[in-house]
Design a protein around this ligand. Sequence first.
Ligand SMILES: *[C@@H]1O[C@H](CO)[C@@H](O)[C@H](O)[C@H]1NC(C)=O
Length: 294
Amino acid sequence: MRFTVISTSLLTVATCALLSSGHPTQKKRLLRSDTANGINDVLSGDEDCKDVAVIFARGTFDSGNIGVWVGPQFQAALESQINSLAFQGVEASAYPATLETYLAEGGSDSGAQSLASTVTDYVDFCPDSSVIISGWSQGALVAHKGLSLLAPEVQAKVVALTTFGDPNKLFTNESVPVGVAFHSECIGGTTLDPLCSDLPADFKFPTSLSDITDPFSELPGLGSGIAETAAAASIVLRFPGQLLASRAAFLEALTDTTKMQRLLLTPEHFTYGNNGLTSDAADFVAGLPAVAGK
Ligand SMILES: *[C@@H]1O[C@H](CO)[C@@H](O)[C@H](O)[C@H]1NC(C)=O
């Protein structure tokens, strides 16, 4: 079920907004959920095997199991193109998506194990399905790592890895196995996303923690819809504290630009769901021979 709820208070806000706006086209967007369990629905027998299964790892700070910033928008874009689709987030209990697991583990190890085990169970149950592994931000690291944990016969069912704001090159730079198509969405240009971009030579690195956290005051203005605005407010509250708790990592990064680049979480990094790039990634997935041919 897609419209299971973000939280009771959010639902109340969303319901009030619906009652006051009354535009049916906004209904879907306002009630977009941060949780998707399409693969579990198949494994439990509530749904038949789907032609295409997508497992998505949310980014740092994101809620539910697919978050609010990229997962639901990617899910909606895929659903508009693929009829037989199971979309699911990496189990939240296995993947806390904190700044600590991002920095200390280079993407949560337990999240990667959980992703691999979900994919393995699904492929055992639905051997004719094509699997796509995906993730945004720290979730992209979890996606790379999870893919690398799969047994060869399971990996053979994975047709693509598709990531958003992917910092893999700044960490272990996992290679993508031959036979798995790789598609990476990264914001370039003047508001480039430093987590996935090559930085220009004149790039101005932060010299204090507030250089990183201050721009986040803009984040609530970048959100689209109730869930994102609420999440943005929560990030503005939590990010400085979590970054402060990782101060040792910041001090170490002052002498190492790769490590500093890992910390360059910018407000733009949160716009993949609204800047057309989730639709672009869905076009890529829908055009894969193993997907288009089903
Ligand atoms: C990452 O690995 C690729 C090859 O898989 C290589 O071309 C690239 O230079 C590496 N990048 C970094 C930053 O190590």
